[in-house]
Design a protein around this ligand. Structure first.
Ligand SMILES: [Zn+2]
Ligand SMILES: [Zn+2]
Length: 308
C-alpha cells in the first residue's frame, strides 16, 4: 500500500488524512505547523471599514472570529475569498455575499480587485506569503490594511516520519500545500534525513510550490489541480501509477518497478548483489514482491555470489 505523508496544519490534518484513506492510501499525519490566534491583533482593527475584504484562508476567518466574536462586514463591503473552502466556511457563518475566482490563488484575487476597483482593501491572513496582492494594492494606490489573525507555530515532525526513514526501500509520497511547509520540514530535520526526504516523490498544490521544491532539490514533483485535499489525493494516485512503471531486469529477466531500484536496468535484488546497492526489503505475495515487483528469479551468477 502506498504511504502518503500529510503535512497540513494540525487543525485540519485529520480531515485531510481521511480523504486519502478513503482513496485506499495509507495516510501518515505529520503536521508541520499548529495554527494559533495572533495575540497582538486588536478587535478594532478587524472592525475598521474597507471597500473590499479579502480572506485568504479558513484559518484567517475563524481566528478573526476568535478575536472579535461579533465581527461582520458592513452591508456595502465586497468580500473576496481565495478559494471555495473559504466560501463554504463563510456561508456557514454569514449571509453576506462572497466571491471567489476559479484560479484559487493570489492572481485570481488580483483579477477580482481589478474589476472591483476599491479605494481600500483589508486582507485577513497570516505573516508572510501572498506578497503579490500587497504589491498590486501599492501599485494601484489602494489603501491596504493587512491583519494577521493567526500565526503558524512550527511543530516537530521527525517522530511522525520515523517509520518512513527506517524503511528506505519503501519511499512514501510527500504532500505539501505551501512553500512554508517544505521550509519547515527542512528546518526541523537533520541534513541526512532531509537528503532522504528529497528523494521522495512530492505532490504539491500549486505551480509556485513546485518551483520552490525544484530549487530545494526534489526530483520527482507532481502538481495537483489545486491545494484542496480531493485534488491533492487525485494527484497522489496519478503519481503512484507513474511510479509503478515496470522495467525488465537485464540480469534475472524479472520485471520490477523502475522506482524501486537505484539502477535503471537491474532489479533491486541484482543491483544489490552485483553492485552493492541497498536491496529491497522484499515482501512476497502471490510470487512477487509487493514493493519492487521482483518475481524471485535468480541467475547462476547471482546464486554463486550469494553462496560466497
Ligand atoms: Zn534482477
Ligand atoms: Zn522487493
Amino acid at each position: 500500500m502506498t504511504t502518503v505523508i500529510i503535512t497540513r496544519p494540525q487543525p485540519v490534518v485529520a480531515q485531510a488524512a481521511a480523504v486519502y484513506q478513503a482513496a485506499g492510501l495509507q495516510a501518515v499525519q505529520a503536521p508541520c505547523f499548529d495554527v494559533v490566534t495572533n495575540p497582538s491583533v486588536r478587535a478594532e482593527w478587524l472592525r475598521l471599514p474597507a471597500d473590499v475584504w479579502v480572506i485568504l484562508s479558513v484559518h484567517a476567518m475563524t481566528h478573526a472570529l476568535q478575536l472579535a466574536p461579533d465581527w461582520q462586514p458592513p452591508a456595502a463591503t465586497r468580500v473576496i475569498a481565495v478559494g471555495p473552502a473559504v466560501v463554504q466556511a463563510w456561508q456557514q457563518r454569514f449571509s453576506h455575499p462572497i466571491d471567489c475566482h476559479p484560479a484559487m490563488n493570489s492572481e485570481g484575487v488580483i483579477e477580482l480587485l481589478q474589476a472591483a476597483q476599491p479605494q481600500s482593501v483589508k486582507i485577513l491572513t497570516t505573516l508572510g506569503g501572498r506578497e503579490a496582492i500587497r504589491q498590486h494594492c501599492m501599485a494601484d494606490a489602494i489603501s491596504y490594511h493587512q491583519v494577521n489573525t493567526y500565526l503558524l507555530a512550527p511543530l516537530p515532525v521527525e517522530a511522525a516520519l520515523r517509520p518512513a526513514f527506517d524503511d528506505p526501500s519503501n519511499a512514501p509520497v510527500l504532500t505539501a500545500t505551501s512553500v512554508g511547509i517544505l521550509q519547515q520540514l527542512q528546518a526541523s530535520l537533520s541534513e541526512s534525513l532531509w537528503a532522504m526526504v528529497l528523494t521522495w516523490p512530492l505532490v504539491v498544490g500549486s505551480k509556485r510550490i513546485a518551483q520552490a521544491a525544484e530549487q530545494m532539490g526534489f526530483s520527482v514533483i507532481k502538481q495537483a489541480a489545486s491545494p484542496r485535499d480531493a485534488h491533492m489525493c487525485q494527484a497522489v494516485l496519478a503519481a503512484k501509477e507513474s511510479l509503478n512503471r515496470i522495467a525488465v531486469c537485464d540480469e534475472c529477466q524479472s520485471e520490477f518497478y523502475e522506482q524501486s531500484s537505484k539502477m535503471t536496468l537491474l532489479c533491486p535484488e541484482c543491483a544489490h548483489w552485483l553492485y552493492g546497492h541497498e536491496n529491497c526489503d522484499h515482501n512476497f505475495a502471490k510470487g512477487r514482491c509487493k514493493k519492487c515487483y521482483w518475481d524471485g528469479s535468480e541467475t547462476d551468477q547471482i546464486s554463486s555470489i550469494k553462496k560466497g
